[in-house]
Write a protein that binds this ligand. Structure first.
Ligand code: NOJ
Length: 559
């Protein structure tokens, strides 16, 4: 099997917000096909499509009711086969989203399962009796607020759901469930799909004795160590690898919720035959204040030292027997320049700086739709948000429990709410940003007049062309893929500087992630400038006065 994914750059598409071709306000597969030329021009090697399967869309497609059918809102199965084919003709691989920690409650398996306690599908999910007082089987919380258990009158038991109540968790202890999953994977891989992004894969093995959390700090429902990394996790993934993945030339990336570096090593050590790489979350917590009743909705100012420390730990830990993903954005995160940087005065410089810092690292970079043109967060009122997580959290934290004021909650949502990344792709300055001729399912970000693809393509200095160059550099210089990483100036609160080395090449990545002017000097090698964000960045890193968000990549070939 080839390791093509090590040199690849992956572009994530959130299809419902990418491009609508039939005017229903909802992006579709024909929209993706239409934009393949654009993706080819950007230079990406693979596209990861967020779920397009049949779904009631309670969680925007992460609630699947038929794994083998494309949801009519996105098109037809034939459209999907055509997309695979046309992408392949352009040299772009297609990675689908595998959402098998849970299904939709409208999936046939769950509809059967809930009918009676002795239904053949009962054991596809987790059903448990109430406690003697009628309450939930334990104090586990849902990621979308409240309890992880919902009572079903039909049979007098509770079922488990880590996410919305419409997303019941599958019981991977049941061998039939695992077979079903492997079969559906084969179905798509036989159609030409090149890999999988595995949704909350860290949650598939449960602690089936469902222990109570003790460390709740007074909270009624709690999310903690039992929600991920269950006892049979790696056994299940190894089985999946044996039964399916090993038979195809594919790439795999697991969403490793709750995973620390040790777990990531296990997932990605090639000798263990599990996954190629995982998405971790630690580096996305550099503005989070943990351990408050507001959970993920408690922020602190962005801490660059923390970001550097975390990224460095992961670079080191997975440098030999493992592989990293490199990402700042996806459909669950706010836009990075709005969260960690400056999305007004220095928007362009800041986007280039964060891109450089990320794409200079060792691992597989992911670009989320719109990131390549520096799209920014949206500043919406409550009524404009659509995301089930945000709306549930509002009810829980603001309305029911008064943990946050409405004002405070909205401030946080405007930083990290998932809809920030889900506003329609900004193609041009025309109606609805060129996304749809109809009414978009979610409001277009008003920034589209200035920030859009048409504009970016006209400006040779744009963020878009900067990304294109970063991608080209990775494809031309092996040191981007193979080079060892070393952090410099670990304690500098403004500069992110590191080197990469693999014979015969060296890279020096320099970024000022602040709005202050900062000094830098390195004469250790005969550095040549490869790429910079300002037009007059010095050709060698000597006596540098780095301006706000100025960034540069220097290169040296050792002879
Ligand atoms: C992670 C996905 O990325 C997110 O969008 C989704 O809501 C949850 N998993 C549940 O599937």
């Amino acid at each position: 099997m080839s390791d093509w994914w090590k040199k690849a750059v992956v572009y994530q598409i959130y299809p419902r917000s990418f491009k609508d071709t039939d005017g229903d306000g909802f992006g579709d597969l024909n929209g993706v096909i239409e934009k393949l030329d654009y993706l080819k021009f950007l230079g990406v090697d693979a596209v990861w499509l967020s779920p397009v399967y049949q779904s009631p869309q309670k969680d925007n497609g992460y609630d699947i009711s038929d794994y083998r059918r494309i949801d009519p809102r996105f098109g037809s199965n034939e459209d999907m086969y055509r997309l695979i084919d046309e992408a392949h003709q352009q040299g772009i691989r297609i990675v689908m989203d595998l959402v098998v920690n849970h299904t939709s409650n409208q999936h046939e398996w769950f509809r059967e399962s809930r009918k009676s306690r002795d239904n053949p599908y009962r054991d596809y999910y987790f059903w448990r009796d109430p406690k003697p007082d009628g309450s939930e089987p334990n104090n586990w919380g849902s990621h979308f607020s409240g309890s992880a258990w919902t009572f079903d009158k039909e049979t007098g038991q509770y079922y488990l759901h880590y996410f919305a109540k419409e997303q019941p968790d599958l019981n991977w202890e049941n061998e039939k469930v695992r077979r079903e999953v492997y079969d559906l994977m084969k179905f798509w891989m036989d159609k030409g799909v090149d890999g999988w992004r595995m949704d909350v894969i860290g949650g598939i093995s449960k602690y089936t004795d469902f222990p109570e959390y003790k460390e709740t700090g007074g909270q009624k429902y709690f999310i903690g160590k039992y929600h991920a990394n269950g006892p049979r996790l790696h056994e299940f993934i190894q089985e999946m690898n044996r039964e399916v993945l090993s038979k195809y030339d594919c790439m795999t990336v697991g969403e490793a919720n709750g995973s620390d570096i040790e777990a990531a090593r296990k997932y990605t050590d090639p000798g263990r035959h599990e996954l190629n790489m995982v998405f971790s979350f630690d580096h996305m917590n550099a503005d989070h204040r943990p351990g408050t009743p507001a959970g993920k909705w408690a922020l602190k100012p962005f801490d660059l030292l923390e970001l550097k420390r975390v990224l460095t730990d992961w670079q080191r830990a997975l440098s030999e027997n493992g592989w990293n993903t490199l990402y700042f954005e996806n459909h669950d995160q706010g836009r990075v320049i709005s969260r960690y940087g400056n999305d007004t005065t220095y928007r362009v410089e800041c986007a280039k700086a964060f891109a450089t810092v990320l794409h200079g690292l060792k691992g597989t970079p992911y670009v989320y739709q719109g990131e390549e043109i520096g799209m920014i967060n949206c500043d919406y009122d409550l009524a404009d948000y659509r995301d089930v997580e945000t709306l549930n959290a509002y009810h829980d934290l603001v309305m029911n429990n008064r943990i946050l004021s409405e004002r405070a909650f909205l401030d946080v949502v405007r930083k990290i709410g998932r809809d920030n990344a889900r506003t329609p792709m900004q193609w041009d300055g025309g109606p609805n940003s060129g996304f749809t001729a109809g009414t978009p399912w979610i409001k277009v970000n008003p920034s589209y007049k200035e920030i859009n693809v048409a504009q970016a393509l006209k400006d040779s200095d744009s963020i878009f062309y900067y990304y294109k160059k970063l991608i080209q550099l990775r494809h031309t210089h092996d040191v981007f893929t193979d080079g060892d990483y070393q952090l410099l100036l670990a304690d500098d609160p403004s500069l992110f500087v590191y080197t990469r080395h693999s014979e015969p090449e060296d890279l020096l990545i320099v970024a000022n992630l602040s709005e202050r002017e900062e000094k830098f000097d390195d004469r250790s090698k005969e550095w040549q400038l490869l790429l910079a964000s300002y037009p007059d960045t010095p050709s060698a890193p000597v006596d540098m006065s780095l301006r706000p968000y100025e960034t540069a990549i220097y290169h040296c070939v050792n002879r």
